[in-house]
Design a protein around this ligand. Structure first.
Ligand code: GDP
Ligand code: IMO
Ligand code: MG
Length: 410
C-alpha cells in the first residue's frame, strides 16, 4: 500500500541526487518540508534542460500547487535565503502562499560564518573538516541561546575573534541593523510551521514529503565523526527538526558509486584514473562550494549501515548512466577489520584499520532491463541491503527515471 508520508534520505556523504527525486515526488505532495541542515546543502534540479540549484528552499518549489516548508530544525541564513529567493523567483513563483519559514529556525549571523571560517583556517591540515564555510556548526551550537539576544552571542564570539582568531567582524550595531532590515523583508514568510504540518496531517488524503539534506555518513551522531556536519542527517533529524511521522516510507538515495566533498575517511576512494573518470563523466563538482568531489566505488558495508541508521524502506539508485560502457568494475562487499570480515560498518569504526574487500562485477552497456549485467548490478543493491529498489535514474533530467515499484502515488 502506498504510504502518505515519504522521507528522502541521502545514504552516503551527500549529493546522491536527493533534489532530483524530491522534485519528482513533489508533483504528488501537498507539502515538502526541509527539516535539518542549512544552505550547506546544494540540490540540483534539471527540467527541460533548465537547471535550478537550491540550498535552503525545498525542492518542491517548481510545482506551483505544492507548499514548501522550512521547519524549525533548519539553521537559517537570512542573507543566503534572500539571495536564493531573488535568483529563484526570476523563474518560479516564490511567495508566502507557497513558501513558509519556521518562526523558530535558528538564525545564522555573520558571527557564525566568521567563526566557522576562522576555526577551519586555524586548524592543522589533518583536523580541517573542510566545512562549506556557511556557519552551520557554530549555529547549531548556539541553537538554544539564539532565541535570546544577538548581544549574548556576540559577547562570547567577540572574545574569540579578538583574542584567539584575531579577525575583523561587523559591529553589533551593524549586524543588528542588517538582520533587522532582512527580517522585515522575510517576515511575510514566517509561520508556526509545526502547527502548519500538524494541520496538513489531519487530512487523510494529504501526502507530505520530507526532504533530507546531506547524507547519513555526515550525521553528527551516526557519521564519520569528526568529519561530519552538525545536524542529524539520518531519519532521526526528521523527529527533532519537524515532528515524528510514525509509519512512513523512507526512501534512501544511493549513487551507483561513491563521492565525498571535504575531508575525512573514504575507504573505497580511487586515487587513479578511475577516480578522474567518474569525477568528469559524473560532473562531480560541489553545488555549494564548487569543490571537486572525491570519487570511489560503491561501498556496501557503509550502505548497509546507512540503511540501518535510517530504517530505510526502499532504495533509489542514481547516476547509473555514469557506469555505462565499462567492461568491469569493483564493488566493496565487506571490510577486513581486526582479523575479521565484517559486512556492515558501525559507529566509531576506525577506518584506518578497515581494509575494503573487493569483487569485480561485469560492466553494462546500457541502463536497461534488457542488459543482463545491468540487472545483476541493480539486484546487488537489493541483495546486499535486503531492501527493495523502488526507483533508479539514468540522467539528470526529471523524467530520466524508472519506477520498479509503486511509491508515494507514482
Ligand atoms: P543532492 O545534494 O543529493 O540533491 O545531489 P546534487 O544535486 O548535489 O548532486 C547530484 C547531481 O547529479 C546533480 O547535478 C544532478 O543533476 C545529477 N543527477 C541526478 N541524478 C542523475 C542521474 O541519474 N544521472 C546523471 N548523469 N546525473 C544525475
Ligand atoms: P547535500 O544536501 C555534500 C560536508 C562538507 C564538510 C562537512 C561539514 O547537497 O547533499 P558543514 O559546512 O556542513 O559544517 O561541513 O559536510 N557537507 C556536504 N557534502 N553534500 C552536502 O549537502 C553537504 N553539506 C555539508 O563538505 O565535509
Ligand atoms: Mg548536493
Amino acid at each position: 500500500m502506498n504510504k502518505n508520508y515519504l522521507s528522502i534520505i541521502g545514504l552516503q556523504w551527500g549529493d546522491e541526487g536527493k533534489g532530483k527525486l524530491t522534485d519528482l515526488f513533489s508533483s504528488k505532495a501537498c507539502a515538502v518540508v526541509r527539516y535539518q541542515g542549512g544552505n550547506n546543502a546544494g540540490h540540483t534540479i534539471i527540467v527541460d534542460g533548465v537547471k535550478t540549484v537550491l540550498h535552503l528552499i525545498p525542492s518542491g518549489i517548481l510545482h506551483p500547487h505544492t507548499l514548501n516548508i522550512i521547519s524549525h530544525g533548519v539553521v537559517f541564513d537570512p542573507r543566503a535565503f534572500w539571495q536564493e529567493y531573488e535568483r529563484v523567483s526570476l523563474h518560479h513563483e516564490v511567495t508566502p502562499k507557497n513558501l513558509a519559514i519556521s518562526l523558530s529556525a535558528p538564525v545564522i549571523t555573520s558571527y557564525h560564518r566568521l567563526l566557522d571560517a576562522a576555526r577551519e583556517g586555524s586548524s592543522s591540515s589533518e583536523s580541517k573538516i573542510g566545512t562549506t564555510g556557511k556557519g552551520i556548526g557554530p549555529t547549531y551550537e548556539d541553537k538554544k541561546i539564539l532565541h535570546e539576544k544577538l548581544e549574548k552571542i556576540f559577547g562570547e564570539k567577540k572574545v574569540l575573534f579578538d583574542s584567539l582568531y584575531k579577525i575583523e567582524y561587523p559591529s553589533l550595531e551593524q549586524e543588528t541593523e542588517d538582520l533587522f532590515l532582512l527580517g522585515q523583508k522575510i517576515a511575510p514568510f514566517l509561520k508556526d510551521t509545526f502547527t502548519l504540518v500538524d494541520e496538513l496531517r489531519q487530512k487523510e488524503e494529504n501526502k507530505i514529503l520530507f526532504e533530507g539534506a546531506q547524507g547519513v555518513l555526515l550525521d553528527v551522531d551516526y557519521g564519520t565523526y569528526p568529519f561530519v556536519t552538525s545536524s542529524n542527517t539520518a531519519v532521526g533529524g526528521l523527529y527533532t527538526g519537524c515532528m515524528p511521522m510514525g509509519d512512513h516510507e523512507v526512501l534512501g538515495i544511493v549513487k551507483a558509486y561513491t563521492t565525498r566533498v571535504g575531508s575525512g575517511p573514504f575507504p573505497t576512494e580511487y586515487f587513479d584514473e578511475r577516480g578522474s573518470y567518474l569525477q568528469q563523466k559524473g560532473g562531480e563538482i560541489g553545488a555549494t562550494t564548487g569543490r571537486i568531489r572525491r570519487c570511489g566505488s560503491i561501498d556496501f558495508p557503509l550502505l548497509r549501515y546507512g540503511v540501518k541508521c535510517s530504517r530505510i524502506t526502499s532504495l533509489a539508485v542514481t547516476k547509473l548512466d555514469i557506469l555505462e560502457g565499462l567492461d568491469e568494475f569493483d564493488v566493496c562487499y565487506a571490510y577486513e577489520y581486526e582479523g575479521k570480515t565484517i559486512e556492515t560498518a558501525f559507529p566509531g569504526i576506525d577506518f584506518s584499520k578497515a581494509k575494503p574487500l573487493y569483487k569485480k562485477v561485469k560492466g553494462f552497456q546500457k541502463v536497461s532491463m534488457d542488459d543482463e549485467n545491468f540487472v545483476n548490478y541493480l539486484n546487488l543493491f537489493e541483495e546486499m541491503t535486503q531492501t527493495p529498489v523502488a526507483v533508479y535514474t539514468y540522467g539528470p533530467q526529471r523524467d530520466e527515471i524508472v519506477f520498479k515499484k509503486s511509491i508515494f502515488g507514482h
